[in-house]
Design a protein around this ligand. Structure first.
Ligand code: C2E
Ligand code: MG
Ligand code: MG
Length: 632
């Protein structure tokens, strides 16, 4: 007699699971659609299993035809479920059998044959019959087992052979384990046909799939509730094989600054409101939120991007009402036209982001179309990433030195250490290209230590007096402040090279001042140990005088853009800035001095130190010592 005691709790859990699962947004991609089919088919199969077992238990009091129909329906659903699990495994490893019709039909053949045999059992008794005692297995009953084992075996094989299409070992193990759970479930039924435990095993497989692959949270940006970049990647990956489409994107201009002004929670609320507006106004277009105020959508190829631009611009002319304030935001647009070849998903998304950056700097308000340069930018970024990885791994970074002179007599008094790396052809890559990448991928910590170490070694190996230097400035990235043991690792390097703290000054840019509490904490712990700090690139970022006063800087370096602007057309800003700094007790360095006239202008404004190509470009360490030894 069939034992339904295990099937009922499984069914209840499955129903609860379905209710939760359908209450969250899901990304419309193949694996997700297949998973939903598995859930629905599993629900039907479990219901059929229980009903059919009950009908059989009460037979012959139960209607003969109904008992037959329920058993037939259950067995058919059982093998369809096996097939759906196989289809899911295949799509996980991109074995897109839907692309090859012949393969698809070959894989469906066992399913068709089994369904035919089961359905014909009413006349032939091939698979089962209903006798006096109820359900009686027929001569071809084994076809059901062969079919379920066949699909699960092919799934395991497909996952194994195409495991390179899974992103990591965890995904591979999960894909194998849910299939093994199915094998166990199938085997229990094979040995005990009265057991309904197979439904519990299928539920286990469903839960494993959920945990490893189908948790909607993988695809949703928590703070805003919109689909994230993972979702966009997978969505484009699938769409590119199906049909042509338009990628349309917009970005909130000056997102970081605006976030600072309005506050994080207001801004997040604003993004959520924008997301809701997009969903309700454009139900046919899927929008994704790609951090830092960027929204990217994938729309039908014939979508009118100009109309979208106009409508969105009109909406952004009005404020977004959050709980605490009204947000006034302006946006810039970019699109990748359907004709553009999608060489890779990463390449497409990155070139759209690059076009957005370009559009947000432009004043014309036009929608930037992804161009060859955006694609080249991304390809360059990838190649810099590779070079950087190798440079850090093999400690190949080179340190150049640029002199800093005393304003009163042009005597070299210090130098700035500037990092250089080389590409495969031996050509130098500019720090402007590789430092942001090193900051993004986290290797700036190791790279920074290597630069610091090489500078210390230079000081140890050369008598600084003989070159006329009193100190060397080393740049510190704001990202390095997020590393807790920054102070101790730098102290260690100094000790290793037997150096005094005051021989090295650390330059930090204004960006580091965004998180002032963290900056102050790190600076205090480092100044306690004896380090001295210089504020770099003043005038390009966020600091104000009140903030500055709190930080223990010894010197302020005026960014070259301010110096150049003043030398082109004198203004009141720079002189008052410099006199303000001096009255606060800071010494001042002017960067980017390219001519004698510029040097004189900065001396007249009261700068203490000057740096720029007029005195010398940054030089390799050896050239630097050769060039400046004579000044000693
Ligand atoms: P920075 O720290 O403001 O360095 C000064 C930059 O201005 C250097 O560019 C230097 O070559 C350039 N420069 C100096 N004088 C002149 C001039 O008269 N005219 C012009 N046009 N340029 C001049 P570089 O070496 O390309 O470095 C760019 C930026 O990369 C640096 O700006 C700094 O922010 C970063 N950087 C360089 N080395 C390191 C490093 O070791 N660590 C970190 N974290 N950042 C670094
Ligand atoms: Mg600097
Ligand atoms: Mg600078």
């Amino acid at each position: 007699m069939f034992n339904v005691s295990s099937a009922v709790p499984s069914l209840i859990i499955l129903i609860m699971f379905l209710a939760c699962y359908f209450s969250v947004p899901r990304i419309p991609i193949l694996t997700n659609r297949l998973y939903i089919r598995i859930l629905l088919i599993d629900l039907l199969t479990s219901v059929m299993n229980i009903l059919s077992a009950e009908a059989n238990r009460k037979f012959p009091a139960y209607n003969y035809y109904l008992t037959y129909a329920l058993a037939t329906a259950f067995l058919i659903m059982l093998i369809i479920r096996s097939y759906m699990f196989f289809a899911y495994s295949a799509s996980l490893v991109n074995l897109n059998h839907y692309n090859s019709r012949i393969f698809a039909w070959i894989m469906r053949t066992p399913l068709m044959i089994s369904i035919l045999i089961i359905a014909s059992s009413y006349r032939t008794g091939a698979c089962f019959s209903i006798g006096k005692e109820g359900y009686v297995p027929g001569r071809f009953m084994y076809i059901v087992y062969v079919c379920t084992y066949f699909y699960v075996a092919v799934s395991i094989l497909a996952v194994f052979i195409h495991r390179h299409n899974l992103s990591d070992k965890r995904e591979f193990l999960s894909a194998i384990s849910f299939n093994i759970i199915l094998v166990i479930g199938d085997s229990i039924v094979l040995f005990d046909q009265t057991s309904l435990l197979i439904d519990s095993f299928c539920l286990m497989a469903i839960i494993i799939i959920y945990i490893a692959f189908e948790n909607p949270d993988f695809y949703i940006e928590k703070r805003t509730g919109l689909f994230n970049q993972n979702a966009l990647n997978d969505y484009i990956q699938e769409m590119r094989y199906k049909k042509q489409f338009l990628i349309f994107a917009f970005v909130i201009k000056n997102y970081q600054d605006i976030r600072e002004i309005y506050g994080v929670s207001n801004m997040d609320h604003g993004i959520r409101l924008i997301g809701q507006h997009l969903k309700s106004t454009y139900p046919d277009i899927t929008f994704f939120y790609i951090k830092e105020g960027r929204f990217i959508s994938v729309a039908a190829a014939d979508t009118d991007a100009n109309r979208l631009c106009a409508e969105l611009r009109a909406r952004f002319d009005k404020p977004w009402h959050t709980k605490k304030t009204d947000l006034y935001l302006s946006i810039a647009f970019a699109k990748l036209t359907p004709e553009t070849e999608i060489r890779s998903v990463d390449l497409s998304i990155s070139s759209v982001i690059s076009a957005l950056n370009r559009a947000s700097k432009a004043e014309d308000g036009l929608c930037a179309i992804v161009c060859e340069n955006d694609i080249k930018d991304y390809i360059k970024e990838i190649s810099v990433k590779k070079i950087l990885e190798l440079t850090v791994e093999e400690n190949l970074v080179e340190v150049f030195l640029q002199p800093i002179v005393e304003a009163k007599n042009f005597r070299v008094i210090g130098a700035e250490a500037l990092a250089r790396i080389r590409d495969r052809d031996g050509k130098y890559v500019s720090p402007g290209d590789f430092i942001p990448i090193a900051e993004k991928n986290g290797c700036i910590t190791t790279l920074g230590e290597q630069i610091f170490d090489k500078t210390c070694k230079f000081i140890k190996d050369n008598s600084l007096d003989s070159i006329g230097l009193s100190w060397i400035n080393v740049n510190l990235s704001p990202m390095q402040f997020f590393v807790n043991d920054l102070a101790s690792s730098y102290v260690e390097i100094l000790k290793k090279n037997d150096l005094d703290f005051n021989i090295i000054h650390l330059e930090i840019t204004e960006e580091a001042m965004i998180s002032q509490s963290l900056l102050l904490k790190q600076m205090e712990s480092m100044t306690d140990k004896g380090f001295q700090f210089v504020l770099d690139d003043y005038g390009t970022g966020y600091s104000n005088l009140a903030r500055l006063q709190k930080c223990p800087f010894i010197n302020i370096k005026i960014d070259m853009s301010l110096v150049w602007a003043y030398c082109k057309e004198p203004n009141l800003l720079l002189p008052s800035m410099i006199s303000g700094f001096k009255s606060m007790g800071f010494t001042v360095t002017a960067e980017g001095i390219e001519t004698k006239e510029m040097a004189e202008a900065m001396i007249n404004l009261g700068c203490d130190y000057l740096q720029g190509n007029f005195f010398s470009r940054p030089l390799p360490m050896k050239d630097f010592t050769d060039a400046f030894a004579i000044f000693a």
